[in-house]
Design a binder for this molecule. Structure first.
Ligand code: 2RA
Length: 351
């Protein structure tokens, strides 16, 4: 029989994309069970052409489940992932709760698929969406040149902060539209937006906000540390130097990252372009003379990550600069989770 899949957090921003993906990808699942908090239980969601009723999260909901994917906040995963694995499911978790646990593999199927089977706790973790936007490209270049250092700036979409982020951006845009004087004087955007900042620490409409996540030691944000720690773990480079600045931009979907990558060997831009073209899961769009480069508006709703503006650094023959974009809800979250879950399903079917 085909394995049973549980989707925990089925009604959230990522969970909804995951349900869409289950409807459009080759089907490898028997029963699909949708699970969410009490607030969303009872809702009906269309999956694979069939209307499913969302069940409330409980231990019994995992009975008979082979693979459980979690798209819920860290504390919910921390509590409920072990419940699912105790009941025999393999958990694929998209929260940060287990990503840095040495007994939990952190997997990007295009970069380190071999780690999926190495899961002593029955848990496979899915990286953060910003890491995923860049790591497919960076991983391909690393295999060829040996990565030494990353200096990166992100341009993160509002949906990275969930439905509340999307709603806040739209509400703020409605408030600032129409008046063409807004954005010309200090404080006028803040005044128009008022207190409705949503999950962001400053207005996002007509603005950029150099902050994502929560405050950690020495002024770093949790999001910046995730980029550092997760890149190190996925690439198996515990000493990789990483400096990240994470910035929120008024985009609904699609995280972008400007990457300066320093390698152990001299690089060639044409060779690097060829490596990216051959790499699975990334598409190179790079013809600035024709105005062609990746943008979040073009990447939203698509499966691959996108790379462009590829250049060898002028002052370091071992360094490349490249701009990468990925749909943060698809490859950044739901799609990567589904890819991992499908590999586990294939493994269970042949066991
Ligand atoms: C963000 N990376 O964009 C986070 C979401 N996991 O806020």
């Amino acid at each position: 029989a085909l394995p049973t899949l549980a989707v925990v957090g089925a009604t959230g921003a990522v969970g909804s994309v995951l349900c869409e993906l289950l409807s459009s990808r080759k089907n490898v699942w028997g029963e699909v069970r949708l699970i969410a908090s009490a607030r969303s239980a009872g809702r009906r969601v269309l999956v694979r052409g069939e209307e499913l009723v969302v069940r409330e999260l409980s231990a019994e909901a995992f009975d008979g489940v082979d693979v459980a994917v979690f798209d819920v906040p860290d504390d919910v995963s921390a509590t409920w992932v072990p419940v699912a694995t105790e009941r025999g499911a393999v958990a694929v978790d998209n929260s940060a709760a287990f990503r840095m646990d040495p007994d939990v593999p952190l997997v990007v199927p295009e970069v380190n698929p071999e780690r999926i089977r190495d899961r002593p706790k029955g848990i496979v973790a899915n990286p953060n969406c910003t890491t995923l936007a860049m790591i497919v490209t960076v991983g391909a270049l690393h295999r060829e040149y040996g990565l030494r250092e990353l200096i990166i700036s992100s341009y993160q979409a509002a949906s990275g902060a969930g439905q509340a982020g999307i709603d806040a951006l739209h509400d703020q845009l409605a408030k600032v539209s129409g008046d063409r004087t807004i954005g010309t004087r200090a404080g006028d955007v803040r005044q128009a937006v008022g207190d409705e900042l949503g999950p962001f620490p400053a207005p996002l409409a007509l603005n950029v906000v150099p902050w994502a996540g929560s405050l950690r030691d020495h002024g770093w944000s949790s999001e910046e540390l995730k980029l550092r720690n997760e890149s190190r773990k996925i690439l198996g480079l515990p000493d990789l130097k990483v400096s990240a600045t994470c910035v929120r931009v008024p985009v609904v979907t699609g995280h972008s990252v400007a990457v300066h990558a320093v390698f152990g060997a001299e690089v060639d831009a044409d060779d690097a372009a060829e490596i990216i073209k051959q790499a699975p899961g990334v598409v190179l769009v790079d013809d600035p003379a024709e105005g062609e480069f990746p943008t979040p508006a073009d990447a939203a709703g698509t499966d691959p990550t996108w790379a462009g503006r590829l250049r060898r650094a002028l002052d370091d023959p071992r360094a490349l600069d490249v701009f990468v974009v990925g749909d943060n809800l698809r490859k950044g979250a739901a799609l990567n989770t589904v890819q991992i879950a499908e590999q586990v399903a294939a493994e269970l079917s042949t066991a």
